[in-house]
Design a protein around this ligand. Structure first.
Ligand SMILES: Nc1ncnc2c1ncn2[C@@H]1O[C@H](COP(=O)(O)OP(=O)(O)OP(=O)(O)O)[C@@H](O)[C@H]1O
Length: 256
């Protein structure tokens, strides 16, 4: 296991294919305006106002992922896990470093961008178009997506009327309707019920059996153990450990 972020990354296990993702010395900052008013005097004299703050969410992160790998990303709240996945998906710019991907990574998160006022059915069409499917391909797959989501009549209701679990079912059904080469899951499975989790884990295993690659953020260690073989521990935006999942979980559990 590598504990020094500067040290050499773990070697490619023989059973894995070529490198599909390279994260090289990546920094990601957020700029926020915070309210620094501290009292009446400051408020009336205007001496103190809102101030610009930069949050360094990810600091010098480097790792490579190989075809067929399933990587768990763990760490405390606010350690930068979602930020790094969003940057890999191209939803956030990096402040420094580079991200290279051989295929377009597909991100599934509970907050993923579907349209709240539009029905589940129309959201399927919109989501599939965004994945690059043709209208004919969507028509072909529509029934199986609806069947996998399995949310009954709710499929005709606007998305904003869905529970978080119903939304996750629909998102997962869309995101995996064409077997993705690189799938990233950000906590999205944990909101589903037992039956949904079992079904989606089956689909993920199938994807991994077909040389797909998985990056998964979860606070549920059992879920990570079922699906992943490698772990990356991120804390305050810095990678503290990267290696076989059991070892990284042990180090993480001891260290928190
Ligand atoms: N949109 C944003 N604007 C400003 N700061 C943000 C934004 N999103 C996240 N952050 C900050 O970036 C840091 C990393 O947040 P991130 O959401 O990546 O953490 P996380 O590891 O996914 O946390 P959690 O386990 O709670 O989901 C935190 O300090 C957070 O406050």
């Amino acid at each position: 296991m590598t504990t020094d972020p500067q040290a050499e990354r773990p070697k490619t296990p023989a059973e894995h294919g070529p490198m599909v993702l390279l994260i090289n010395e990546v920094d990601i900052d957020y700029e926020v305006w915070e309210d620094r008013r501290r009292g009446l005097r400051e408020r009336f004299t205007g001496m103190q106002g809102a101030g610009r703050t930069v949050i360094h969410a990810v600091k010098g992160a480097s790792f490579a992922v190989y075809e067929g790998e399933s990587v768990a990303i763990m760490g405390s709240n606010g350690s930068g896990k979602s930020t790094i996945l969003a940057a890999i998906a191209g939803l956030l710019p990096v402040t420094g470093g580079e991200i290279y991907a051989s295929y377009e990574p597909r991100l599934m998160g509970v907050g993923a961008a579907l349209l709240p006022k539009v029905s589940g059915m129309r959201n399927i069409r919109i989501g599939c178009l965004a994945l690059g499917m043709s209208v004919e391909q969507i028509d072909e797959r529509l029934d199986s997506i609806i069947e996998f989501a399995d949310i009954g009549e709710a499929i005709n209701r606007p998305l904003r009327s869905y529970s978080s679990g119903m939304k996750a079912r629909l998102l997962f059904a869309i995101a995996t309707s064409i077997r993705p080469k690189i799938l990233m899951i950000d906590e999205a499975l944990s909101v589903g019920d037992k039956e949904f989790r079992a079904k989606s884990e089956g689909r993920i295993q199938d994807m991994l059996n077909h040389a797909g690659t998985l990056l998964m953020v979860s606070h549920n260690m059992n879920e990570l153990k079922r699906l992943c073989t490698r772990g990356i521990w991120l804390e305050e935006g810095v990678i503290l450990a990267d290696g076989p999942l059991d070892e990284v979980i042990a180090t993480y559990t001891e260290g928190t």
